[in-house]
Design a binder for this molecule. Structure first.
Ligand code: CAA
Length: 381
């Protein structure tokens, strides 16, 4: 595995860093407060090719690799974590399964306009009673002639309020357990699709999530991804990639917390000197810097395995577990370094603290990552 970035990845990093500094950072606090979906920023992400980074150019993507995707996700999330997750869901959870499991007709219709950013995608696996236990799906897809009729509901669907299409999982054969789950791509403007109210959340408040209800929603047979019964494996392997995106988002949030705390510690004076001169603060900064670098190495290892086509479930789970918990620790230290000011809305430290937490929960909680890792460790893989 290369530790240094290629020239192309470095150029992407600079482009994303400059874009985040100019177009995201100045607005992120206000978008968060107003719970404003940053549609203008998403249009600019599309212009920069950031909504289909690892999708080949023939399908309107940027034709980059997954290490590049991780680098871009870190930089965008450093500017605005909400924008980061909007981008991550479209790239990893929507475009990636279409690229991997879609046929050419599906790619033309359902991948190309989403990789270019003309349209936005989302991913619906979670249900009110099927979160960590993803195989416990209640939504059904009943085959009728040349279509499936979908009945059921999904919740916590990031991009749900805005998305044009969803990669959806539903039971086609309940008796077969996880082997009875199938994957579909569904037009969210179809009859029978109802979007719930936007969720009220602790953090990432500028990104929208909601429930999706499918009421006798008719989906053509040709919209099934892969074979009947392949859905669970499609969902799990998609999440192996998605977890790289969320780990990178966590890294970006941690960087924001660290860089702002570092700057503040040089300005703020106490006991007659900048607090950066106090060992208590220096040790916190040292821990933050070390943990951020350690997380990045895990993230880039998982991304480079994905680039080489090697199964990376364990490595993605390790990257997400460590990066997300590290992000929460860094955001906590960043707020602590800001003292009482950190607890106010005058600084971004409190937003990073709220934003970091979700990275330990979505796309598999820390407990689920530990399950995936321990199962691999026990199998000796
Ligand atoms: N790739 C391919 N196949 C896989 C796989 C992977 N990563 N993981 C499991 N499988 C296969 C297994 O090999 C097994 O196949 P066989 O039966 O043929 O051997 C089958 O799938 C079942 O595997 P398990 O027995 O391990 O399945 P399980 O029911 O015990 O579940 C789990 C495992 C890890 C707990 C899984 O349910 C899981 O990951 N849960 C968390 C769900 C999750 O992450 N949800 C996030 C929702 S999306 C989201 O959050 C989006 C957002 O808002 C941003």
């Amino acid at each position: 595995m290369r530790i240094d970035l290629t020239d192309e990845q470095r150029l992407l990093q600079t482009t994303c860093r400059d874009f985040a500094a100019a177009e995201l950072l100045p607005h992120a606090r206000q978008w968060d407060e107003e719970k404003h979906f940053p549609a203008e920023a998403v249009t600019k992400l599309a212009e920069l090719g950031l909504l289909g980074i690892a999708v080949p150019m023939e399908w309107n993507g940027a034709g980059m690799d997954n290490v590049g995707y991780a680098v871009a996700m870190e930089e965008i999330s450093r500017g605005c974590a909400s924008t980061g997750v909007i981008m991550s869901v479209n790239n990893s959870l929507y475009c990636d399964p279409l690229l991997k499991y879609g046929n050419d007709e599906q790619k033309r219709a359902w991948l190309a306009p989403f990789a270019s950013g003309e349209k936005l995608g989302c991913f619906a696996l979670t249900e009110p009673e099927a979160g960590s236990d993803a195989a416990a799906q209640k939504t059904t897809a009943e085959k009728k002639g040349d279509a499936y009729v979908i009945r059921g509901s999904k919740n916590f669907i990031t991009n749900g309020p805005q998305a044009d299409a969803v990669v959806l999982f539903a039971m086609t054969n309940r008796a077969a357990g996880n082997k009875g789950i199938s994957a579909f791509v569904v037009d969210l403007h179809s009859p029978g699709v109802v979007r719930g109210h936007k969720d009220r959340k602790l953090g990432i408040c500028a990104s929208g999530s909601c429930s999706l209800f499918f009421e006798e929603c008719v989906v053509p047979l040709k919209n099934r991804l892969g074979a009947e019964g392949d859905g669970f494996k499609i969902a799990m392997s998609t999440l192996d990639g998605g977890r790289i995106g969320i780990a990178s988002q966590a890294l970006g949030i941690a960087r924001a917390a660290y860089e702002e705390a570092l700057h503040y510690s040089k300005e703020r004076k106490a006991f007659g000197q900048p607090i950066a001169q106090l060992q208590a603060i220096q040790f916190m900064l040292a821990d933050m810097a070390t943990e951020i670098d350690a997380a990045r190495l895990l993230v880039h290892r998982a991304a480079s395995l994905k680039d080489r086509g090697v199964r990376h479930s364990r490595e993605s789970a390790m990257a997400k577990l460590f990066a997300s918990e590290m992000s929460t620790r860094c955001a906590n230290k960043g707020l602590q370094i800001h003292g009482g000011y950190g607890y106010t809305k005058e600084f971004d430290a409190e937003r990073h603290y709220r934003d970091a937490k979700i990275t330990e929960i979505y796309e598999g909680t820390s407990e689920i990552q530990r399950l995936v890792i321990s199962s691999a460790v026990l199998k000796g893989s």
